[in-house]
Write a protein that binds this ligand. Structure first.
Ligand SMILES: Cc1ncc(COP(=O)(O)O)c(C=O)c1O
Length: 350
């Protein structure tokens, strides 16, 4: 027991650094998204954009929405979350319990169009509520900046980091933490973990069972030139790795943590003299009936019995097969790797 935290937010956002093997550490978060939500809302408050009763409008069906709802409940802001039918019902209930108004958009058959529909609904809500604040986690530079304390923790506790591995959704956590670490360790290897069906690193947009990482739109906070390596992990591999993380290290985490664990454990084995750190974004309780339930996995054709021992190395995103694959991105832009600019939607729908 170390200290009394001023509020629930500070108590829950503080991660735990755990040694897994001699050269492999994980930063385990209960709810990583509290860091950017807290930082973004603090900056808005300091800029005079937020006061008790202010309206915050955001699109989220996951952990960023939950983090916003927790802070809004504590501070008396009103929160409108635009989400889609994939939101799980227990999360929706929890958000509503915290006072958020959750609006589910529908009317789109193709999954791929739903993020744009959500953004369009945000725009119309913003017209209805002038004076609203939009945290905009995909594009707001305060999202990556919020991770400075994570980098400071690593420097203070480990002295040196050779490789940082994390999942990529908005890009905030991995780009933010590595940006700071690279000022001290320019040679730092940054390995991003994405999934099949995500457009972030050049794959075609498709429905994804593994939620939280990946994207159908391109956030400004994904700084492609930060990445040395990109890994694509499929849902079944991530889910089994999540279970193995629990069985072997008693770490009860979500599916994106499993994906990060799979890649970082392999990376640490390949580089026994390097200090390797993985970011694990959230706890497992939300996934008790899904990732931790064999029946659900079977129903979704995502029950694996064995993990691949190593990823398949590809030289271009178009060569990625359906299993765990990786390529050396070599700190290039999207266009340098793909040979054409990103042609899909931006996160602001431009
Ligand atoms: C559970 C979970 N894991 C990982 C991520 C990816 O993190 P980031 O958005 O910082 O790239 C997210 C993003 O929402 C998430 O909800």
């Amino acid at each position: 027991m170390r200290k009394i935290y001023p509020t629930t937010i500070e108590a829950i956002e503080a991660p735990t650094l755990i040694r897994i093997t001699d050269n492999f550490y994980v930063v385990a978060f209960r709810l990583m998204k509290l860091l950017p939500a807290h930082f973004i809302l603090d900056r808005a408050q300091q800029a005079g954009l937020l006061d008790i009763g202010s309206i915050i409008i955001e699109t989220s069906s996951g952990t960023f929405g939950l983090a916003l709802a927790m802070i809004c409940a504590l501070r008396g802001y009103r929160l409108i979350l635009v989400s889609d039918p994939v939101i799980d019902t227990s999360l929706k209930r929890r958000l509503e319990e915290l006072g958020a108004h959750v609006e589910i958009v529908s009317g789109v058959e193709a999954y791929t169009g739903i993020q744009q529909v959500r953004l369009d609904r945000i725009k119309s809500l913003q017209e209805e509520h002038p004076g609203y604040f939009w945290p905009s986690q995909y594009d707001n530079p305060h999202n990556p900046e919020a991770y400075t304390p994570v980098a400071e923790l690593l420097v203070e506790a480990l002295g040196h980091v050779d490789c940082l591995i994390g999942t990529v959704g908005s890009g905030g956590s991995l780009c933010g933490t590595s940006n700071y670490l690279r000022m001290l360790f320019p040679q730092l290897t940054v390995a991003g973990v994405d999934t099949h069906g995500s457009v972030l690193f050049g794959l075609p947009d498709q429905p994804r069972l593994l939620r939280g990482l990946g994207n159908s739109l391109m956030p400004k906070n994904v700084a492609h030139m930060a990445f040395d390596e990109i890994h694509w992990v499929n849902a079944a591999e991530a889910f089994l790795a999540t279970r193995i993380l629990h069985r072997t290290h008693a770490l009860y985490m979500g599916g994106t943590s499993g994906a990060a664990f799979l890649v970082s454990r392999w990376w640490a084995q390949q580089h026994p003299n390097a200090t390797v750190v993985a970011l694990l974004p959230d706890e497992g309780y939300r996934y008790q009936d899904t990732i931790y339930n064999d029946d659900w996995l079977r129903q979704h054709n995502a029950l694996l019995t064995q993990l691949p021992e190593q990823p398949c190395l590809v030289s271009h995103p178009h060569e990625v097969n359906e299993n765990w694959s990786y390529m050396l991105w070599k700190r290039r832009t999207y266009e340098q790797v793909l040979h054409y600019p990103f042609l899909g939607g931006q996160s602001r729908g431009q």
